[in-house]
Ligand binder design. Structure first.
Ligand code: ATP
Ligand code: MG
Ligand code: MG
Ligand code: MG
Length: 485
């Protein structure tokens, strides 16, 4: 029998409970530290513990040096990949087990193997598993090959760009806990690609070998560069374990579907999009179904965690994601707000692990509906205008910076939206020209103001947004790109 996504999640958490771990709820989508806007990994809330703080957690008695969680993570960097690769979502669940100065590599590796391959647990075919280790991590290599018994040709040794977490941390940062890692891949077979594991050493991109789990061994505290420019990796007070497994990637394998969108939780959303739009899930337009299914989860959980759709920072990022989904709904022929009608399905599929989405469902629906209504109006007029402009440009041509700016200025089209639409016509944008027009407009707006620019533009766009909401899309002058990190 096929395991549901909820059952896989529960198996993971129960397995680590059986190994003495304490189950904690997910941290908010809002990052617990200043290195990122959103929580990007399960380890992020535990940085203090890795750095030596007591393993005590508000609301829970006692000390817990072994923790297991499912963390809702958002990676904006992956958004371009959504609906295009078979492995990236904007919001995803990262299952994790953590050790604060308790167990280390041996247990982390052998337990991961047991969970993945034991018939009692996930029962994956062990001959299809491959791993990578950090280039000079002979200890991890030895555990994989001698204790677990993995053939040596199933192991690759990579540099810090792949096998250090955060990637390339010694050189690029951020500061804080970091360490070498070992990653587990699953071979989805020749139907997904004819490449071999040995070739993956050069390509680092594969549809066939799917990365499912990262086992990180944080033992360093990265600090500011030494005066001569070399990064400082101080030893942490003790050695730790931090792992992250992509729930939906494993679900896609266990449910034997090509990508996330065939798994139980996404299929419900995709089917609903088909029902609402009357457009079958097939061919080139199916990317729209996927983008909507993905983005609506991200936006719903963000709003449930208290992020308001706004023109600055995190709220603006969420708003952009919502607008992107809204545009894809438009592409499917939908002219009324519909995304808010998917929230109930998000609550249904995520509510047991993340009850906040149920608690705030009505407020989430209202916020999404209001933004959709507003954006549809601008989209209608902006898309018509852009289509006319693009219709006059041949494939391989360039849309002028001024035209891109007018769309931004008058229709509230973020540059990335214009870029995405232009790409469909094989047209690029004169982005330097766009920047020039933007600067000129900012200069005009700045003149005579006593406020600093971010305050000014934050305030201006909030006010204009209200005007827009009240009067429709006549003149939208939110210089919002400014405040986006
Ligand atoms: P990839 O190389 O596929 O982009 P990653 O190396 O960036 O993944 P990690 O930072 O190692 O990912 O995160 C740990 C695990 O979280 C990954 O092994 C994967 O299973 C999962 N994961 C990472 N990014 C995503 C995403 N955008 N959507 C779904 N799952 C993800
Ligand atoms: Mg990645
Ligand atoms: Mg990777
Ligand atoms: Mg990884």
């Amino acid at each position: 029998r096929t395991l549901s996504t909820a059952e896989i999640r529960e198996k993971y958490l129960a397995f680590f409970e059986s190994k003495g771990h304490f189950r904690l709820p997910s941290h908010s989508i809002i990052s617990p530290d200043t290195t990122t806007l959103f929580t990007v990994a399960g380890m992020q809330p535990f940085k203090p513990q890795f750095l030596g703080a007591a393993a005590r957690f508000p609301g829970h008695e006692g000390e817990h040096k072994r923790i297991t969680t499912t963390q809702k993570c958002v990676r904006i960097d992956d958004i371009e990949n959504v609906g295009r690769t078979n492995r990236h979502n904007s919001l995803f669940e990262m299952l994790g087990n953590f050790s604060f100065g308790d167990y280390f590599k041996r247990e982390a590796i052998t337990w991961a193997w047991e969970l993945l391959t034991s018939s009692e647990w996930l029962a994956l075919d062990s001959s299809k598993l491959y791993v990578t280790v950090y280039k000079d991590d002979d200890e991890a290599f030895g555990i994989w090959t001698k204790e677990v018994g993995l053939p040596e040709d199933h192991v690759l040794r990579f540099d810090a760009d792949e096998n250090f977490w955060p990637a390339d941390a010694p050189l690029k940062g951020p500061n804080g806990p970091c360490g070498p890692c070992s990653e587990i891949y699953y071979d989805r077979g020749p139907a997904f690609g004819s490449d071999t594991w040995a070739e993956y050493a050069d390509t680092r991109e594969s549809n066939r070998f799917l990365e499912i789990w990262n086992l990180v061994f944080p033992q360093y505290d990265r600090r500011d560069l030494a005066p001569d420019g070399t990064p400082v990796l101080a030893d942490l007070p003790f050695k730790n374990i931090d792992t992250g497994m992509g729930l939906h990637r494993v679900a896609a394998i266990l449910q034997d579907v090509p990508d996330f969108y065939g798994i139980d939780v996404f299929k419900l959303l995709i089917d609903k999009v088909v029902e609402l739009s009357g457009r079958a899930y097939e061919g080139a337009t199916s990317v729209s179904h996927r983008v909507i299914a993905d983005h609506v989860r991200m936006v719903s959980m963000s709003v449930a965690d208290g992020i308001t759709l706004s023109n600055t920072g995190r709220g603006y990022t969420v708003r952009k994601v919502l607008r992107r989904a809204s545009r894809h709904a438009y592409l499917l022929g939908l002219r009324e707000p519909v995304l808010y009608r998917l929230v109930a399905l998000v609550a249904e599929t995520m509510g047991s692990a993340f009850p906040e989405i149920k608690t705030h469902q009505a407020a989430v629906e209202a916020a999404i509906k209001a933004e959709e209504t507003r954006f549809l109006a601008t989209l209608e007029s902006g898309t018509a205008r852009l289509d006319t402009l693009l219709g006059k440009i041949e494939r391989g041509g360039v849309l002028s910076g001024e035209d891109a700016f007018t769309l931004y200025d008058t229709y509230g089209f973020p540059l990335d939206l214009t870029r995405e639409i232009a790409e469909e016509f094989g047209v690029t944008i004169d982005e330097a020209g766009f920047d020039k027009s933007l600067e000129a407009a900012q200069e005009r707006a700045r003149a005579g103001s006593k406020y600093g620019k971010s305050e000014l533009f934050g305030a201006v766009s909030e006010v204009l947004d209200e005007v827009l909401a009240a009067n429709g899309p006549t003149k939208f002058v939110g210089y919002e790109e400014l405040s986006v990190e």
